[in-house]
Design a protein around this ligand. Structure first.
Ligand SMILES: *[C@@H]1O[C@H](CO)[C@@H](O)[C@H](O)[C@H]1NC(C)=O
Ligand SMILES: *[C@@H]1O[C@H](CO)[C@@H](O)[C@H](O)[C@H]1NC(C)=O
Ligand SMILES: *[C@@H]1O[C@H](CO)[C@@H](O)[C@H](O)[C@H]1NC(C)=O
Ligand SMILES: [Zn+2]
Length: 547
């Protein structure tokens, strides 16, 4: 029998055993029946062509209205969803809808309604698939550099302390550009404030791991030559000028002989208490300041924060929203609200960086449910910000890099996004709609057979989704990530471009930084209309006084 005949026979066998065509089989797993949502109850209107025509018409009308915005940005808020890949967006919006008892796929995240969307290419200088430090340097300082380095240019290799001691390798972030222009700056994160993403606003380090002096020493260097990231935040510009610093990571700021408010010891070996140093420095300059470590303290100064606010709410990262103690742990939306209340007192404007940092961590653990829930929390923080700011604020939402979670199988409409796909493997064993190409969720085969993970308790928060290649931690992905923009010059953010273009585009709209500026920057006053009024009144008074 020739190979052609063998091939035809194989095709015939496949066609005979599955319905549908070869690439789109119509076989159904039995055990997913109980998870089915009944589409009839939700989506009757969708069955008429009018529904889709009206939906398309509304889409065009919105698009025409939003196509350009040539205003200038007094304020810029950058929202960074760490590891928020494009599949994460689809899965999170579906979960959002399903939590409201809808089929889910048709739901929109709040920030998905933003008028402009683009794609950013996330590779860094020496890696096709990047980490959060080199990407932070790209989207905050506008330069691509090496894996796991932050705030230094491409001449510095990872861990090369001496190379990074050369100040000509140091970069300024858009937070520094804003401060140079007399605006304010601040950072908010659910991770340690010394972690890779937020550190991109203020640190220059040959290694993202050098969060306290202990880590610099362990690597064989001294903090005289390579100051640790916590020390840079508190003692050097631009970090020491930030009006708000809210997140986790208390341990990087206090000595290892010192126990914090929650009974955890610090990491510092140099005996310094940088929280005390921060307070003393502000007090010596006669400015109001407050250090807070829990939610009730934060909420008590929510509407009238001191001039400088440092909030470190956990020894390490803030807990996942689904595991948080709602009484003591602030939400990302609450942190964002306080930060905006603080920064909006500067009439010239501000730059605020807000990170939803734990989507990344949950993906690394193959905890899909937790990753999606963190994305929904991030979405709520963005909604809060839009509620609070005016049309002089540019909001840019993006991710630093992707992850390797896939949405796979021919799951039926309304199928539980956290549940089984409606497909069977070639081995007749079902699989999940969400799975990962690698990570700690990989299961060894039993008696040569793949395990049926759909029989496990997959609604458990720490249930690991199935992965193919076993790794202690799931890896990042190299795919592009989405950029969504709202407000002045949002239209600049369409297209497919280098991640390092992002801060220059934000700065263009805000008339700050060393790059190009919008034409209107040279003529426009970004001052509050009221200050213009004050100026006129003052000029008139002065004029009157002359006479
Ligand atoms: C969804 O349905 C469940 C079960 O009927 C109900 O308990 C829950 O309140 C509903 N949730 C919403 C948001 O309607
Ligand atoms: C940094 O140092 C602390 C204290 O010794 C240690 O617990 C931590 O694991 C170190 N971090 C890294 C990334 O090595
Ligand atoms: C929050 O901190 C304040 C000041 O240290 C303390 O009095 C209060 O008990 C703390 N609240 C909680 C819930 O721990
Ligand atoms: Zn990561």
């Amino acid at each position: 029998m020739g190979t052609v005949r063998l091939f035809l026979l194989l095709v015939l066998v496949m066609v005979a055993t599955t319905r549908g065509d070869r690439y789109h089989p119509e076989k159904n797993a039995q055990n997913s029946q109980q998870l089915q949502r009944n589409p009839d109850a939700f989506n009757t209107a969708e069955r008429t062509p009018e529904f889709w025509k009206n939906s398309a018409k509304a889409g065009i009308e919105t698009r025409l209205k939003d196509i350009r915005n040539d205003k200038l940005a007094r304020n810029v808020i950058m929202f960074l969803g760490d590891g928020m890949s494009i599949p994460t967006l689809m899965a999170a919006r579906t979960l959002k809808g399903q939590r409201q008892n809808r089929t889910g796929e048709e739901t929109e995240l709040f920030f998905e309604t933003f008028p402009s969307v683009g794609l950013s290419k996330t590779y860094c200088l020496d890696k096709q698939i990047p980490d959060s430090a080199c990407t932070a340097t790209a989207y905050l300082a506008g330069i691509k550099n090496n894996y796991e380095t932050v705030g230094v240019d491409g001449r510095v290799q990872r861990g090369d302390c001496l190379a990074s001691a050369d100040k000509s390798t140091h970069l300024d972030s858009i937070a520094a550009w804003a401060l140079d222009d007399g605006r304010d700056a601040g950072i908010v994160t659910t991770t340690r404030v010394t972690h890779a993403s937020p550190s991109g606003t203020y640190a220059r380090s040959a290694h993202r791991d050098w969060e306290s002096d202990a880590n610099v020493t362990q690597a064989g260097f001294t903090t005289d030559v390579c100051p640790d990231i916590a020390m840079q935040l508190i003692t050097t510009s631009p970090g020491n000028k930030f009006k708000v610093i809210l997140g986790g990571g208390r341990r990087e700021f206090i000595p290892n002989t010192f126990t914090d408010e929650e009974g955890r010891t610090g990491h510092r070996e140099d005996g310094r208490n940088l929280i005390e140093e921060w307070k003393n420095y502000k007090t010596s300059r006669g400015v109001s300041n407050e250090y807070v470590w829990n939610r009730s303290q934060l909420m008590s100064l929510r509407n009238s924060p001191p001039e400088y606010l440092l909030g470190l709410f956990k020894s390490s990262h803030l807990p996942y929203n689904l595991q948080a103690d709602k009484a003591t742990d602030p939400t990302l939306a609450e942190l964002t609200e306080v930060a905006i209340n603080s920064l909006s007192r500067n009439e010239k404007g501000y730059f605020l960086f807000v990170e939803g940092g734990r989507t990344d961590h949950a993906h690394h653990d193959n905890w899909a449910q937790m990753a999606l829930d963190e994305t929904l929390e991030f979405d709520l923080a963005i909604e809060k910000a839009v509620e609070m700011v005016g049309d002089d604020t540019l909001i840019v939402v993006t991710a630093d890099h992707a992850h390797v979670m896939a949405i796979n199988g021919y799951t039926k409409r309304g199928g539980d996004i956290l549940g089984p796909s409606d497909d069977l493997g070639g081995d007749n064993v079902p699989y999940m709609t969400l799975s990962y190409t690698n990570g700690p969720g990989a299961r060894p085969h039993v008696d040569g057979n793949r395990v049926d993970v759909t029989k496990e308790d997959f609604m458990d928060l720490e249930w690991r989704s199935h992965a193919d290649v076993f790794l202690e931690w799931e890896t990042h992905g190299g795919d592009d990530v989405a950029v969504m923009a709202w407000g002045p010059h949002h239209h600049l953010f369409t297209g497919v471009y280098e991640q390092s273009h992002i801060p220059f585009r934000m700065a263009y709209a805000a008339c700050i930084g060393p790059g190009l500026h919008a034409d209107a920057c040279s003529s426009a006053s970004l001052l509050h209309p009221l200050s213009l009024l004050y100026a006129i009144v003052l000029a008139a008074l002065y004029h009157t006084a002359q006479w």
